[in-house]
Design a protein around this ligand. Structure first.
Ligand SMILES: N[C@@H](CCC(=O)N[C@@H](CS)C(=O)NCC(=O)O)C(=O)O
Length: 120
């Protein structure tokens, strides 16, 4: 977890969704709405597993497209071209990359809650 994520969590008691990608600085869209979600991952990565395990419980299994950077060389090439890094997990929210499993989980949790609120 990034320093700012930790500080926000300590202050609020719950993880806050990041507003910027810590690596690229790109603006991360606010949770909610209908962004295209693409998770770059590979199955043996424990950080990816941590994110993927929560997709079902959050009701987002069908909303998140998975791209495997080990099985699909073109997926790794796309990730490298867009971010300059091969680190996974990386969640693309529309065009914005979000690294760090803790930040991805915080964003996805808030996105799921916003979607539940929108349909309640
Ligand atoms: N702190 C990161 C760690 C992610 C990480 O270390 N991923 C490894 C795979 S398990 C990786 O992508 N290493 C290759 C690289 O960084 O290019 C997180 O929680 O997401």
């Amino acid at each position: 977890m990034s320093l700012w994520s930790s500080i926000r969590q300590m202050a609020s008691g719950s993880p806050a969704a990041p507003t910027h990608c810590a690596v690229s600085g790109a603006a991360v869209p606010a949770p909610g709405g209908s962004p295209r979600l693409v998770l770059y991952k590979f199955d043996a990565c424990p950080y990816c597993q941590r994110v993927m395990r929560q997709l079902g419980p959050l009701g987002l299994a069908e909303a998140v497209e998975l791209r495997d950077t080990l099985r699909e060389p073109s997926a790794r090439a796309s990730l490298m071209a867009a971010t300059g890094m091969g680190q996974v997990p990386c969640l693309f929210i529309d065009e914005a990359p979000l690294f760090e499993s803790a930040d991805i989980l915080a964003w996805l949790s808030q996105h799921a809650a916003a979607r539940r609120g929108a349909t309640a």
